[in-house]
Design a protein around this ligand. Structure first.
Ligand code: HEC
Length: 149
């Protein structure tokens, strides 16, 4: 009897792919409590307001800044989680902010945002996320229900 190696190989590949994805999963991610007031301060001294406005906050403009400003916070249709905000800061090109033309906020798929990973402490990151997250308002999109006779 000839045993085909193909199903065995295919099973192995599927398992290997599954394992690979699991070890890169964001499951298990959880931020400790942070201080939103310290987060606001960090946001200002790192001059995030050079390129960002924050919905509901009156932040001083940075002299000589040349925006287009990208708004952080405001109405969103799905909740902005801590994980999404952390990713927006430490891996900005992963998913570009919605609602902006790509050539305004990025170049060749790379976000125009500075990478702060070598300069920002983990505590500053946590505090900034705690400051930003409550500024997102989840709005439920209007659903039009049709009634059928
Ligand atoms: C030089 C301009 C610039 C500076 C300075 C800057 N950003 Fe950004 N940021 C951007 C641009 C452009 C985007 C939109 C493209 C993208 O999603 O990466 C963005 C996106 C983001 C997002 C994701 C928004 C979304 O809706 O997905 C977050 C969160 C963010 N920035 C936080 C920060 C924080 C915190 C700082 C300061 C530590 C900062 N940014 C500094 C330009 C900047």
């Amino acid at each position: 009897m000839r045993i085909s190696i193909f199903p065995i190989l295919a099973t192995f590949l599927v398992l290997a792919a599954g394992c690979g994805r699991d070890s890169m999963s964001e499951i298990g991610f959880s931020l400790p409590e942070g201080d939103p007031v310290a987060g606001r301060e960090a946001f200002l001294y790192m001059q995030c307001n050079q390129c960002h406005t924050v919905y509901g906050e009156d932040l001083p403009p940075v002299p000589l800044a040349d925006p287009p400003y990208v708004q952080l916070g405001g109405p969103v249709t799905t909740i902005k989680t801590y994980g999404q905000i952390v990713t927006g800061i430490i891996n900005p090109s992963h998913e570009l902010a919605e609602g902006y033309a790509e050539d305004v906020v990025s170049e060749d798929g790379e976000s125009n945002m500075y990478i702060y990973n070598r300069y920002m402490t983990v505590q500053e990151l946590i505090d900034i996320v705690m400051f930003l997250q409550p500024h997102y308002d989840v709005v439920v999109p209007n659903t039009i229900y049709r009634t059928y006779p």
